[in-house]
Design a protein around this ligand. Structure first.
Ligand code: PLP
Ligand code: COI
Length: 355
């Protein structure tokens, strides 16, 4: 797979500080096309609008998947990727679920490495900032039949970003969603496909209009087992134990979730239970004080403490309002130190792409 590089004549003004999430994009992007099941050579070219026909199949049926990962640059100037191959493996499984010809993991990785090296000056270095990487694949057939497309595009764009939530590492508030469901087993919840996000927007907007940050999803069948949050997996410290919903076929297998579980067990000797969690356990624990911490995990959100959960119009405060719990703080620091190269990586998750 060759990568052609098209010169970028006009470079954009870089922001002084990365304060927002996903609003600013670098000078270049990577684009690769697939025709009749064969991925062609890729090209790195100036970040610009795409040309899409009004009948492009993605606009009608949403045959599209995406990923989210990050590059970090530390004070020594080293640029690191975190578990990039795991993201591309998950992208393959999302592609397979939507009948999209999967992109080879090593080829995707090579393209990303090349792009990040070219755009390294865009990577912010302040604490809590990074280069957010958004690879995505979409169908681009010019016809209206509902079937697997013959043409696809794989694109990677880069965005220097700060915290995902506008209030940074401050705790967030979640609303238990009782009316709508995100996913069911056999559906697409365990894959990073765009339709999952379209289906979640209404509940997210309702939660926000009622003073919460995101919806906390329950399972689609029993409507009682906790699944995850709009853009994060979820953890609870209940009766002194760290627990998280088991991957049951309708939850996204988060890479941050997996990293936090391995860090908790491997570096801190914390027992982590992956199991079905009834929302009534959580509400009872919040009432009795047995629930001492709640936090979400995700690439964009990192480790996001939760200090309030609303359910059926009643708010439950977890821990001390506005304060980050000990376990969330410990795991968050350990994870970000490892990602930025501040601490040695005994898990083999990070790779230096340039320095
Ligand atoms: N769950 C959902 C629905 C997400 O969108 C994300 C973000 O990617 C996650 C969980 C966390 O996954 P990861 O840690 O791989 O970013
Ligand atoms: C990520 O954490 O990378 C995500 O994809 C979340 C996103 C939906 C903002």
């Amino acid at each position: 797979m060759a990568i052609k590089i098209i010169n970028c004549d006009k470079l954009k003004q870089k922001p002084e500080k990365a304060t927002s999430f996903g609003k600013v994009f670098t000078d270049r992007m990577y684009v690769r096309e697939c025709v009749d099941g064969k991925w062609g050579d890729g090209v790195i070219r100036p970040f610009d609008a795409l040309e899409l026909a009004p009948c492009s199949s993605v606009l009608h049926y949403g045959q599209a998947v995406f990923e989210g990962l990050k590059a970090y640059r530390n004070a020594k100037g080293e640029v690191r990727l975190f578990r990039a191959r795991d993201n591309f493996k998950r992208m393959q499984s999302s592609c397979e679920r939507l009948c999209i010809p999967p992109v080879d993991v090593e080829e995707a990785h090579a393209a990303l490495t090349e792009l990040v090296k070219l755009e390294r000056d865009w990577i912010p270095t302040e604490i809590g900032t990074s280069l957010y990487i958004r690879p995505f694949v979409f169908a681009d057939d010019r016809s209206l039949g509902v079937h697997a497309a013959a043409r696809y595009k794989f694109i990677i764009i880069l965005s220097p970003s700060g915290a995902y939530y506008a209030h940074g590492f401050d705790p967030v508030a979640l609303k238990v969603e009782r009316d709508y469901v995100r996913a069911v087993r056999g559906g697409t919840g365990a894959y990073k496909v765009v339709g999952n996000y379209a289906a979640s927007i209404l509940a997210g907007e309702l939660a926000r209009s009622q003073g919460y940050d995101q919806a906390l999803w329950l399972d689609g069948v029993h409507r009682r087992y906790v699944e995850e949050v709009g853009a994060m997996n979820i953890f609870f410290v209940l009766d002194g134990k760290l627990i998280t919903p088991a991957l049951n076929g309708s939850i996204l297998p988060g890479i941050t979730r997996d990293s936090v579980i391995k860090l908790a067990r491997g570096s801190f000797g914390i027992t982590v239970e992956e199991r079905a969690i009834d929302i009534s356990e959580i509400i009872d624990g919040a009432k009795s004080g047995a629930l001492t911490e709640v936090f979400g995990t995700g690439t964009a959100a990192v480790v996001s403490p939760v200090d309030r959960i609303g359910d059926n119009g009643v708010d439950y405060i977890i821990g001390e309002k506005g304060k980050v719990g000990n376990i969330a703080a410990t795991l968050s620091k350990a994870l970000t130190d490892l990602q930025t190269g501040e601490a040695p990586d005994t898990f083999g998750w990070t790779e230096v792409v340039c320095s």
